[in-house]
Design a protein around this ligand. Sequence first.
Ligand code: ATP
Length: 541
Amino acid sequence: MERQRPAGRPPRLVSSLGLGQRCSEVTLDQERGLLAWRHPRRGGENYFVPTSEIIAVEESELNKKQRNTGKWHKLAKPHSFTVYYVKKARNHRWWCRDVTFWCVDENLCNQWTQALKELLEMQKCRPKRLLVYINPYGGKRQGKRIYEQKVAPLFSLASISTDVVITEHANHAKDNLFEVNINKYDGVVCVGGDGMFSEVMHGLIGRMQKDSGIDQNNPKAPLVQCNIRIGIIPAGSTDCVCYSTVGISDPVTSALHIIIGDSQPLDVSSVHHNNTFLKYSVSLLGYGFYGDILKDSEKKRWMGPMRYDYSGFKTFLSHHYYEGTISFQPAKHTLGSPRDKDSCRTGCYICKESEQQLAEQQKKCGLKNEEDEEEWKVIKGKFLAINAVNMSCACPRSPKGLSPAAHLADGSADLILVRKCSRFDFLRHLVRNTNQDDQFDFSFVDVYRVKSFQFTSKLSEDNGSNVADIGKKRFGQFCRDHPACCCNIADSTWNCDGETLDSSAIEVRVHCQLMKLFARGIEENCKDEAAYSHSSIEHLL
Ligand SMILES: Nc1ncnc2c1ncn2[C@@H]1O[C@H](COP(=O)(O)OP(=O)(O)OP(=O)(O)O)[C@@H](O)[C@H]1O
């Protein structure tokens, strides 16, 4: 974040200002970008706020009560200003808090507001104009209310102007993004769930490729990075992308990340079939278990968010496995591994290093197109689930996610293969996705970090033949003779970030840091922050 000192301004502003009915020493260290004060009550507790986390500064009116009490009432009319700032609470939740300082000297008051406003002006990463899409039917149909009551007032406080589109049908936002004058905006915000985010992402990435003349149907085309950031205001039944990139699904927290102009690059996987573009994915590509849940739950949309529990239970009981071949290229450029104990956190060095490594590798390979000649591993088998995740896929039910050590921006996906096993063992694996135990520590689970992969089901391998006939011929008799057999003569469906894909044979490639979000990844826990705050303030005062 840019933090240059305004020309001619002192590096430190230290004044004794009124806070409530008492006096507090307030310091603005412009070089370090830190506002600090000591609370006159609460045991003289120190407060500090990085100027990058100040939302707004306003000249303010003191209320009568404040003016008529304490020693200040004897003095001339006091002048005051209010600072709105980010207050970090537990579990990655952010609040907007404010503090009002006052003094009798009008010049001093002006000096403070001017200095703070100039510092805010210099935060060039902050958006000034946003395009907002609201899905009024997402989740519990609260998108519009959430935006109007919780988000719009914060945007207006931060002087952000908005153009708001309330979507009228599916793909409204996506189609609109191909038409609007996108250069007018510093970012696009979607209010809804993962489906709505996916729609906006497809619109933006698609628009970028179209404007640059890139053919999305070519699976090997180097895609153009999308520099317009997307902000997610969670208001859906599943808000996994928001949870995995911010650490919480909370509209106010997300709005504050947008206002202060956070930026988090994100890997995106492109999915193709026979040189035809199908979809992009940023979270989960799941075949077998998660594909079957989605397919079943789509028929029960009337049940609302509960449909996922119902279909999950039903799919678990059906215990279907699918035969197929998966081939993949290991991601050798990244330093991490899916079995690492450390997770991807704000400013992750593995993501930074991996991006550099990948860029160097691509430079070296250059036009030789050596990527194709790189090693491919091939695995044939019977799978209950094949999951490829570009991020941890954490959510409130699975706080560490399907792959806890997956990185947001290292140019790789974690490929998790759950082979045929008993129902009981599969249940043990699923339960470990929700607790602290290692979900990969089973003989029937393999996990690989990959940069591309392909999958063909046993049925679709038999090209040109009638798939249903082959299925019947190959498995029908056996299944009739053995009713307990759970092999499925039909294909499963791919679940691509909550949407079904039309083809089971797919080709997937990870594009490193193809897009950016208004987020900063998940921060280290608050205990560490508190310690940091304390030492910083001691140093400063
Ligand atoms: N006005 C609209 N009417 C109908 N569908 C819409 C509308 N606007 C957006 N959509 C579609 O609704 C889908 C689901 O939206 P969203 O992700 O916001 O809600 P959700 O309840 O979390 O979704 P899901 O039901 O997939 O879990 C998106 O794929 C989006 O394309």
